[in-house]
Ligand binder design. Structure first.
Ligand code: NI
Length: 257
């Protein structure tokens, strides 16, 4: 039984020194598949390269809200073309991030909507990034009927009440290292409430390493610690968490088992 890594950024310079070695070691540590998630045009290009080099790496093509000022019609057309590549399984990460004030909300919203439309056109699920923007994200998703497109809210960080809204749209929830933090009461409450059938495991590597590695570089090798924390929280076995979340990822990203 293997773990599915649903969100990592192995193109990040934090992995420049040992990327190949680390990726090659994942299987022997029980990590089966990895989705490398684009966050900028450059990281989308790097993701395409990683997908070609490693059979177990899949890709998501998208531009993170904080990077959307760099988008224009020309490079957006390029992004749209890449979605047809084999092993591209999602559009993301896309959404709204009001923690960072740039670019302004109107720019973030415009490109969130364009990228969501793209996901609908190409028939791929979305990987949503939403930080300090719960209401606007939900409002927009209702307007463009995100439930028909489907996807996952990555690194879910909102309340149980907001989780219910996403569940109504049949969305999945990415749960990562934050679940192991002592001060993550709100997330623990939400994760206890969300059915296991709607949860994906993720690390967001190189960010958000779980305890006791908090603050250090994260990698998919820490996924067992996240699965263990989720199992304890839900009062179920580690095996059940790994097996069900893996099956969830195969289903959402339509990867043949
Ligand atoms: Ni990410």
């Amino acid at each position: 039984m293997m773990i599915f890594e649903s969100h990592a950024h192995y193109d990040d310079e934090a992995f420049d020194a040992d990327r190949g070695e680390l990726l090659a070691s994942l299987r022997e540590h029980g990590i089966d598949k990895v989705i490398n998630v684009g966050a900028s045009l450059d990281s989308c290009k790097a993701t395409l390269r990683l997908m070609k080099a490693y059979p177990f790496v899949y890709g998501a093509m998208g531009v993170h809200p904080s990077e959307t000022a760099k988008l224009n019609e020309q490079n957006f057309a390029w992004l749209a073309e890449q979605c047809a590549c084999e092993k591209v399984v999602a559009v993301g990460e896309i959404g709204l991030d009001y923690h960072w004030k740039e670019p302004e909300a109107a720019v973030q919203k415009r490109w969130f909507e364009r990228q969501a439309e793209l996901a609908r056109q190409v028939g791929l699920p979305m990987i949503i990034h939403s930080r300090e923007a719960a209401k606007d994200t939900l409002d927009m998703m209702k307007v463009f009927r995100a439930g028909e497109i489907g996807g996952v809210v990555h690194c879910y960080s909102y309340t149980k009440e907001i989780a219910r809204e996403y569940l109504n749209m049949d969305f999945y929830f990415g749960i990562g290292g934050v679940i192991t933090f002592k001060n993550s009461k709100k997330l623990k409450e939400a994760a206890a409430y969300i059915p296991l059938e709607k949860i994906l495991l993720e690390t967001d590597s190189p960010y958000l390493a779980p305890e006791p590695y908090r603050g250090k570089r994260n990698s998919s090798l820490h996924l067992p610690a996240i699965a263990q924390a989720l199992a304890e929280l839900k009062g179920i076995t580690y095996e059940e968490v790994v097996e069900t979340t893996c099956r969830n990822a195969y289903r959402l990203f339509r990867i043949a088992e």
